[in-house]
Design a protein around this ligand. Structure first.
Ligand SMILES: CC(C)(COP(=O)(O)OP(=O)(O)OC[C@H]1O[C@@H](n2cnc3c(N)ncnc32)[C@H](O)[C@@H]1OP(=O)(O)O)[C@@H](O)C(=O)NCCC(=O)NCCS
Length: 146
């Protein structure tokens, strides 16, 4: 899944994804919250949900460049919404870069505040906190799936 690496956050503020390693992927798979799209036995996209302190967060959404704009990203997001709903969460949060914001709006996500649970878990330890973070907090209300 090397194609994820090009999207990992860098110190200059570029990148869209939290660093990922094999242990984190295995953990998400064990919890039933890691999804992939495949074509001809190759992984061409992925997305995960992570639950902590009572909230669910969508993470690691990537579609291999050649396969973008074919409905794969939205299908992966839909899968995560359904999973989060099935587990019993009321909302699915994400922090997104401006260039992915319109994509998420099309998937029904709305503007929100960064949940305190996220701040305590990740943001306070991030070098970009208060120093150039341009991530936008958004949320999908899972009641909308009823
Ligand atoms: C964002 C991303 C996952 C979208 O995946 P995708 O498979 O191309 O998306 P889809 O084909 O399902 O697109 C669904 C809709 O969103 C639109 N869309 C896709 N990417 C868009 C973008 N960057 N900006 C605005 N609209 C976008 C599509 O045109 C389509 O619109 P339609 O329903 O009116 O036809 C993909 O561009 C990607 O991997 N980006 C790099 C990593 C990244 O930024 N991840 C998000 C982490 S915050």
């Amino acid at each position: 899944m090397g194609f994820i690496d090009q999207y990992i956050f860098r110190e200059d503020g570029s990148g869209s994804l939290l660093p990922l390693n094999e242990d984190k992927v295995k953990y998400a798979i064990d919890k039933g919250g890691f999804f992939v799209a495949e074509s001809e036995n190759n992984v061409i996209g992925c997305c995960s949900i992570v639950g902590y302190n009572g909230i669910a967060e969508l993470r690691t959404l990537v579609v291999y460049p050649k396969y973008k704009r074919k409905g794969i990203g939205s299908t992966l997001v839909e899968t995560c919404k359904n999973k989060a709903r099935e587990i019993g969460y009321e909302s699915l949060y994400a922090l997104v870069k401006p260039d992915a914001y319109d994509f998420f709006r099309k998937q029904g996500f709305e503007d929100t505040q960064t949940p305190p649970e996220k701040m305590e878990k990740d943001c306070l330890e991030c070098p970009l906190y208060n120093n150039g973070c341009n991530e936008i907090p958004i949320v999908f209300r899972l009641d909308n799936l009823r």
